[in-house]
Design a protein around this ligand. Structure first.
Ligand code: FPP
Length: 236
C-alpha cells in the first residue's frame, strides 16, 4: 500500500498519487445561464481553487490541470485575453495560500511563450513554492503532449539514447509521480493532446458534469472508483 493510501486525513485518496484533469465545459456552463464564456471561465477558476484544496486534503501527491493547450491559441483573441487575465489574477491572489499550505506550483508546457509579465509571475511563484513538500499543483499552459514528447525525444537523442526511460526523464512531468487517474469533465471522451505518454497505464474517468459544477465530492467518487479497479499494467 502506498504512503498516500495509508495516510489518514479524510482517507479519500484511496491509493492514487497523481490525478490529472481535463477541465472542460466552462463555455457550455455559461451558455446555459445565458452568460458570456468569460463568466464560465471565471467560475472555472473557483473550481480550480476548490479542487486544489480538496486534492491537498485528500493527500494527493500531485494534481495536474489542463488550463491552456497549445491549440487554444485558435480561440478568439478576447477569450484568450480573458484566460490570461484569469491566470494572472489566480497566481497573484492564490500564491500566498499555496505557500502557506505547503503546495508546490509547477507549470508544464511551453509557458515561456506567454506574455513576459506572466512568465515573470510564474517563475516567481514556482521559486517561492519550490521547497514545499505537500501536494504539487501542476498547471498545463501552452501545453501539447505531442510537442512535449517530441521535445523530450530530441533531448534524449542529444544525450545519446532514445529509449522510453530516456524520453520519460525529459518530459515536463519528470518530477511528478506516475499518472494514476485521468479525469475529463463535460461528457467529451477524448484526450485532446493531454498527457498522452503519461496516460499509458492511467485509469480514465469521464463525467458529464461541467467543470464549474465539479466538486470535491466528484473527485472523491472518481478516486473511490479508481481504488476499486484492478490495474494489471499489461500483466495478468
Ligand atoms: C475548456 O472549456 C476549458 C478551457 C479551455 C480553459 C480552462 C481554464 C480554466 C478552468 C480557467 C483558468 C485556469 C487557471 C488555473 C487560472 P470550454 O470553455 O472549451 O468549454 P466548452 O467546451 O463548454 O465551450
Amino acid at each position: 500500500m502506498s504512503a498516500v493510501a495509508a495516510s489518514t486525513g479524510d482517507g479519500a485518496a484511496c491509493g492514487a498519487r497523481h490525478v490529472a484533469i481535463i477541465m472542460d465545459g466552462n463555455g457550455r456552463w455559461a451558455k446555459k445561464r445565458m452568460m458570456p464564456r468569460a463568466f464560465g471561465h471565471k467560475r472555472g477558476v473557483d473550481t480550480v481553487r476548490e479542487i486544489a484544496r480538496a486534492a491537498r486534503d485528500m493527500g494527493l501527491e500531485a494534481l495536474t490541470l489542463y488550463a491552456f493547450s497549445s491549440e487554444n491559441w485558435k480561440r478568439p483573441a478576447d477569450e484568450i485575453a480573458d484566460l490570461m487575465g484569469l491566470l494572472r489574477s489566480f497566481i497573484r491572489n492564490d500564491l500566498d495560500e499555496l505557500v502557506a499550505n505547503n503546495t508546490r506550483l509547477k507549470i508544464i508546457g511551453d509557458y515561456r511563450a506567454l506574455a513576459p509579465d506572466i512568465v515573470e509571475l510564474i517563475e516567481d511563484a514556482m521559486a517561492r513554492t519550490a521547497q514545499n513538500t505537500g501536494t504539487t499543483l501542476a498547471i498545463a499552459l501552452n501545453y501539447g503532449s505531442q510537442q512535449e514528447i517530441a521535445r523530450a525525444a530530441a533531448k534524449a537523442a542529444a544525450k545519446g539514447a532514445i529509449t522510453p526511460e530516456a524520453i520519460e526523464a525529459e518530459l515536463d512531468t519528470a518530477c511528478l509521480p506516475p499518472l494514476d487517474l485521468l479525469i475529463r469533465t463535460s461528457g467529451e471522451i477524448r484526450l485532446s493532446n493531454f498527457l498522452l505518454w503519461q496516460a499509458a497505464y492511467a485509469e480514465m474517468w469521464f463525467t458529464d458534469v461541467l467543470w464549474p459544477d465539479f466538486t470535491p465530492a466528484h473527485l472523491r467518487e472518481a478516486l473511490e472508483q479508481f481504488a476499486a479497479r484492478e490495474r494489471r499494467f499489461g500483466g495478468r
